[in-house]
Design a protein around this ligand. Structure first.
Ligand code: PLP
Length: 353
């Protein structure tokens, strides 16, 4: 294989247990959007199910249908928007949708689909959801006119992983609590991974929505034994000792020195090696960091072999593009581990261990 992702099921199960332990009796909605953050939604859904998770969150109707077609009969909530031409599928596949605006209400009323819904409140995320001031009007309208079956009410944090923004997050919590505490509904939920780790003990919710924490990434400063699930790997497919100064890759962005050993790795930006890592990132070979040199190409990139391993490296050697260092690498190019994981393309074979 030229580029692949190893997915460690034991570590995933370990993370589920860690989340269960801090969740004191909350039900868990496992976030599977974006192909389970690049880990493969179908395989991951089966493991979550085996570990007692009975409700799943996705971004779109297509993602929900994919799970249904692969044997997931449990509740699936679409967190993103659903358009009226997708309503037939919502009913056919028995999928729960999010209602986040009066526009949404008008539509489900117009098409008389009487869907199962969760209502979203915007307590500070500024994305979708009713403003706090509008929420009761929306809730009462749906309830009084019996246009949908309300199974949940939720909100979403915007800065739950940022210690300095504690006040903002607590305000979101208070707002959510104030609006929902008199309402009887199956599920109330607000916590993403960072919310679970930092604020769960302060909420009135009974459901949590972990995503990135399942996959072993702690976005908070709290100590927690989460274990990395995905290792992105490739191989050395060409190896050369530089005989005189020579340019490496497109646009002459790196000049290799005489004596330097340069390896070509068989993965590129079309696999999910961000081009921003050009002349910036590093990979691990024989557990030693080797710098990425020159521009990352579509299917290949080059690294300078660290002098401590020049006698050891050979063609075909395994290269770790990232594993538990994913957060460090993401910050080197001003992004977040979420984006690196969801940048892995179809060409990268997922291998389940
Ligand atoms: C993606 C998402 C989550 C999961 O967030 P993590 O930070 O990965 O835990 C939870 N809730 C909503 C609404 C989301 O869109």
């Amino acid at each position: 294989m030229r580029a692949w992702a190893e997915i460690n099921i034991k570590n995933l199960e370990h993370n589920i247990n860690i989340i269960k332990n801090i969740s004191n009796n909350h039900d868990i909605l496992g976030i599977l959007k974006a192909d389970a953050y690049g880990h493969g939604a179908i395989e991951i859904s089966k493991i979550l199910k085996k570990n007692g998770i009975k409700i799943f969150g996705v971004a779109s109707v297509d993602e929900a249908i994919e799970l249904r077609k692969n044997g997931i009969k449990d509740d699936i909530l679409i967190l993103g928007c659903v358009l009226s031409d997708e309503y037939d599928d919502i009913i056919k596949y028995n999928i729960i949708i999010t209602v986040a605006s009066f526009e949404n209400i008008k539509n489900i009323e117009k098409y008389k689909i009487y869907p199962r819904i969760h209502i979203a409140i915007d307590t500070g995320m500024g994305r979708r959801g009713f403003f706090s001031e509008e929420f009761l009007k929306a809730y009462n309208y749906i309830k009084n006119n019996k246009i949908a079956k309300i199974e949940g009410i939720y909100s979403h944090f915007s800065v739950a992983d940022v210690e300095e923004e504690k006040k903002y997050t607590i305000n979101q919590l208070r707002e959510f609590e104030k609006l929902t505490h008199n309402i009887e509904v199956k599920y109330k939920h607000i916590s993403n991974s960072a919310g679970i780790i930092n604020y769960l003990d302060k909420t009135n919710s009974n459901l949590i929505r972990p995503g990135i924490a399942l996959y072993g990434i702690n976005t908070t400063k709290k100590e927690l034994d989460l274990r990395n699930v995905l290792k992105f790997k490739s191989r050395i497919v060409h190896l050369k000792k530089i005989d005189k100064p020579r340019y490496i890759s497109y646009m002459k962005k790196y000049l290799a020195k005489e004596g330097e050993v340069i390896a070509t790795i068989s993965a590129g930006y079309a696999d999910g090696v961000k081009r921003a890592f050009s002349n910036k990132g590093y990979v691990k070979i024989h557990n030693v960091k080797c710098k990425i040199v020159g521009l990352v190409c579509m299917d290949q990139f080059m690294v300078s072999i660290d002098s401590s391993i020049v006698d050891k490296v050979k063609l075909g050697d395994e290269v770790i593009i990232y594993d538990e260092n994913i957060s460090e690498l993401a910050s080197m190019i001003d992004t977040i581990p979420y984006e690196l994981l969801t940048s892995l393309t179809k060409r990268v074979k997922r291998v389940y261990l």
